[in-house]
Design a protein around this ligand. Structure first.
Ligand code: MN
Length: 248
């Protein structure tokens, strides 16, 4: 008896950090969608699609309109589009997702990815050694803080986001590389809590496939690459497994 392999493939990417200041990266993302995402069963964008997102009342901005047009076309052609919040675009709301024809995913999110249980996460929640960041994360993920921020005039939101980014960059220069990576105890606890699925996340900008054993389970942790003028890439997964790809 032959078992038919589950058809199709899905793509996963994160940390594009799209911004009007980096038009080349936006162009590369467009090339990726046109040349590689058509025909995919699903596209998962696992956070930090944008360098910052100030609220869905700003989606008339040219960059947002461009991304909406591209993702809406992809979803209209039959590819399911999923968005997860990152630490920079956690204010993406249901209106932006609706216009993209996309669905917002919780972080983490356990899915069946072409036959393999797979846990998706942006990854910042796993960086538990970075205590100041985790405190900041709890603050800005709180519904009351978000409601207050979104009620500010757009210019004030921009000013606050710029201040936060400068503070974050200054703080990062004082943090060791280890502190800004995921904490392996946090990874192990997450995998135990979800039945030892394959884990795919981004955020750390350290693309890799980690293969290890945990409680007698063979585990895999895939880390997605970030995008820049000199780097891009995504994960392509089908019933046979996952592999990294990038623009030629
Ligand atoms: Mn991130």
């Amino acid at each position: 008896m032959t078992v038919m392999p589950e058809a199709g493939f899905s793509l996963l990417a994160s940390d594009l950090h799209l911004s009007p200041a980096q038009p080349h990266v936006t162009h590369q993302f467009g090339e990726f969608l046109r040349r590689h995402a058509g025909g995919a069963h699903a596209l998962y964008l696992l956070g930090d699609l944008f360098e910052y997102w100030l609220g869905d009342d700003t989606l008339d901005a040219p960059l947002a309109q461009q991304i909406i047009a591209w993702l809406a076309e992809l979803s209209t052609r039959g590819t399911q589009v999923y968005l997860m919040h990152g630490n920079r675009d956690f204010l993406i709301g249901t209106e932006f997702a609706r216009r993209c024809g996309a669905r917002l995913l919780d972080d983490p999110c356990l899915i069946n990815l072409h036959g393999t249980p797979t846990l998706l996460s942006h990854g910042d929640s796993l960086c538990t050694d970075d205590l100041p960041y985790q405190a900041f994360r709890r603050q800005v993920r709180h519904p009351v803080w978000q409601a207050q921020f979104l009620a500010l005039p757009v210019a004030e939101r921009i000013a606050q986001a710029e201040t936060a980014r400068r503070q974050s960059e200054a703080a990062q220069q004082e943090k060791s590389a280890a502190i800004m990576d995921v904490n392996l105890d946090a990874v192990r606890a997450l995998l135990r809590a979800h039945g030892y699925p394959r884990l795919i996340h981004g955020h750390t900008h350290r693309p890799a496939r980690h293969s290890f054993e945990l409680d007698n389970h063979a585990c895999e942790r895939w880390v997605l690459p970030d995008w820049s003028d000199t780097r891009n890439g995504w994960l392509r997964c089908d019933a046979g497994g996952c592999s990294f790809e990038q623009l030629a």
